[in-house]
Design a protein around this ligand. Structure first.
Ligand code: GLP
Length: 261
């Protein structure tokens, strides 16, 4: 795990955008893993800004996989993660809806939705780079505390806390779905490169538990410690409870230029 303490959310956005662009420049048919929540938005805006200014790569050949999806929203609901990712990122990059995949929440298909999504990811050759945020309780995608570290895409029940946290996107708490489909922790571990981003004090405890705590289903994001290529991009507030913060700074300052992220 490479922990990179940065100065601000803007620096995180620029660095994460650099990583994604480098993957697409190396392979125009790259497979990108996308996350929702507020934290990735500055990164998405930066990718779109560069693309539209003509300095970013073409995304014509890429395929995308969303991390998760609500179950129970009407098709096309503006807060569905399919609609959110299109609005916040893929439309702006010129990636057609047919190249953006998400778990299928249609009621009749729920029993097979997880296995079908896993098969789609596999058929695409696996995910090259996956962007990840973290919930204040340490959840990754919608894998709530207690999720199996080996889990694959499946239906999950949200905790009361996560529904409350996400209520800001809906007109009332009652509108927040209780169920979701989410890539499992084992699915996430299979992506080739994980870019984990967190900002603000509200994430500091979860980040410390994920990065320096024991690997445990009680903190789903601690599973990242088992992955061979994780880049952790943090603002000062999110990094503030890390015990080895000075060491991470020292390592990053001395990082050889040829190494990249
Ligand atoms: C949701 C998403 C997660 C995201 C989390 C944190 O639960 N399923 O993928 O990491 O929200 O969101 P935010 O970045 O808004 O704090």
């Amino acid at each position: 795990m490479e922990v990179v303490p940065l100065g601000s959310a803007d620096e995180i956005a620029a660095t994460a955008a650099d990583v994604f662009e480098a993957v697409v420049r190396r392979n125009s048919a790259a497979v990108l893993g996308l996350a929702t929540g507020s934290t990735p938005l500055p990164t998405y805006r930066e990718l779109i800004r560069r693309h539209q200014a003509g300095v970013g790569p073409s995304y014509r050949g890429v395929t995308c996989f969303n991390l998760d999806e609500y179950v129970g929203l009407p098709t096309g609901h503006e807060q569905s993660y399919r609609a959110t990712i299109a609005r916040e990122l893929t439309d702006g990059l010129g990636i057609g809806a047919d190249r953006v995949n998400g778990p299928d929440p249609s009621p009749d298909g729920l029993p097979t939705a997880g296995a079908r999504y896993e098969a789609l990811i596999q058929a695409a050759g696996g995910i090259d780079v996956q962007l990840l945020g973290i919930g204040a309780d340490g959840h990754l995608a919608f894998n709530e505390p207690g999720s199996s570290l080996a889990s694959r895409t499946r239906i999950k029940t949200l905790t009361a806390q996560t529904r409350k946290d996400n209520a800001r996107f809906f007109s009332s708490l009652d509108e927040v779905p209780t169920h979701v489909l989410t890539q499992g922790l084992g699915t996430i571990l299979a992506a080739r490169h994980l870019v984990f981003i967190a900002v603000e004090e509200s994430k500091a405890d979860a980040v410390a538990a994920a990065v320096e705590g024991p690997v445990s289903a009680s903190c789903p994001a601690s599973v990242l410690q088992l992955h061979p290529h994780v880049t952790v991009l943090l603002d000062p507030a999110a990094a503030s409870r890390l015990e080895r913060l000075d060491y991470y700074r020292e390592v990053y300052a001395a990082k050889p230029a040829w190494q990249g992220l």
